[in-house]
Ligand binder design. Structure first.
Ligand code: SF4
Ligand code: SF4
Length: 375
């Protein structure tokens, strides 16, 4: 495993971090639940392979991610770095930030967090939440008391807002989206590093889209990598401003593979990165609809399954799997696992767009998806 400096904090993180947002699940009584045994096994295996950083959030797995992580790190607390996130949408008044933080410490069964992120903020949302709740002051207070070691933020907004947040001078690190389909944060990440912040990356495989790219795209590059996932992880780690890449690892196999890729002591060379960038320009249309499948846009009052429709649209548009995409879209209402509502049920209320971290013009894209998929 490689270890890298987390900004100026003196902390060294493993190049691969364990994101506890897609833990292995089992179905019980018709409901999906975390498969505790398998999820703990995956986290423990990652630790054995050198991963020293685990990230959770209040909202992951409806709160059970933190509980599970707490169980998985029993006996390892002093050998791992642990982070979770403050859910700004629940911080409505003074005291909420602190109350939720204490609840999270209880769930995780720990006395302190190494990193506590303001979850998914932009500059505007951060300030608005601060005005109504004073969460910035409460974060500093929690740090003074030793409950939080580093005040950090995870970021979902236009890149210039990352710079505004960094300039507040209170953060020691940022967690943001970056991969070879979406390099929009690249300059802001360099700025963060120049100001002494650590930079952790989420979405290295673009919500799974990079993993699903046709083999021929990778073969065009002719690089010594065995899979698209390896290419994606090593691309991110070739950026010297990146401390660590977080991967949501839902199986032991993913842990083993990702640890091998991220542990590769030879990151991609600059000319190899350049070759990827050139090829991606050619496939520019891949990034046109950058839906990560995060589901923040849901629920839609009309019951539209927005991420599934976008996923079919991308199969159609990006991978050229036209029949497959149409057949699946046509299955809405026919297969029990797909809801009956198609994209044309959209009333254009716009509620989903306010919640989409990728700022996707969902209404427009739904119309286009329906147009091509319903033929
Ligand atoms: S704009 Fe359409 S898809 Fe979005 S929440 Fe409203 S009805 Fe649902
Ligand atoms: S449309 Fe936006 S909010 Fe909805 S799943 Fe895709 S990226 Fe997430």
């Amino acid at each position: 495993m490689q270890y890298r400096d987390y900004g100026n904090t003196g902390i060294k993180l493993s190049a691969l971090g364990f994101g506890a947002m897609r833990l292995q699940e089992v179905e019980q009584n018709g409901k999906k639940q975390i498969d505790e045994e398998k999820a703990i096994e995956a986290i423990r295996r990652a630790f054995e392979l050198g991963v020293n950083y685990i990230d959770s959030a209040y909202i992951y797995h409806d709160g059970y991610s933190e509980v599970l992580v707490g169980k998985a790190i029993k006996g390892l607390r002093d050998r791992i770095y642990l982070s979770t996130k403050s859910p700004g949408h629940l911080v409505k008044k003074p005291g909420d930030y602190r109350r939720i933080l204490e609840e999270q410490l209880t769930r995780l069964q720990v006395d302190y967090l190494d990193f506590y992120y303001f979850h998914g903020i932009g500059y505007q949302t951060f300030r608005e939440t601060d005005e109504r709740s004073g969460w910035m002051k409460e974060a500093e207070q929690a740090k003074n008391e030793g409950l939080i070691k580093q005040i950090t933020f995870s970021f979902h907004a236009p890149p210039q807002e990352m710079i505004q947040l960094i300039d507040l001078g209170i953060f020691s690190g940022v967690l943001c989206q970056y991969n070879f389909l979406d390099r929009s944060n690249e300059e802001a990440m360099a700025y963060a590093r120049s100001k002494g912040l650590g930079v952790a990356i989420m979405g290295p495989v673009g919500g799974g889209r990079i993993a699903g790219l046709p083999e021929k795209i990778r073969q065009e590059l002719n690089l010594p990598v065995e899979s698209n996932v390896e290419l994606a992880l090593r691309f991110v780690l070739a950026n010297p401003n990146v401390t660590c890449v977080l991967s949501g690892m839902g199986s032991l196999q993913m842990v083993e593979e990702n640890a091998r890729y991220a542990g590769n002591a030879q990151p991609l060379k600059q000319e190899e990165v350049k070759a990827i960038n050139t090829l991606m320009k050619k496939y520019r249309r891949l990034a046109d609809l950058y839906c990560t499948g995060c589901k923040y846009c849901l629920p839609c009052p009309k019951g539209i399954d927005i991420p599934s429709i976008f996923s079919f649209y991308n199969y159609y548009n990006v991978y050229g799997l036209k029949d497959y995409a149409r057949k699946n879209y046509g299955g809405f209402g026919k297969f029990p696992w797909l809801p009956e509502i198609k994209a044309d049920a959209c009333s254009e209320c716009g509620a989903c767009e306010k919640k989409c971290p990728q700022k996707i013009k969902i209404r427009e894209q739904l119309k286009e998806a329906h147009r091509v998929l319903s033929i």
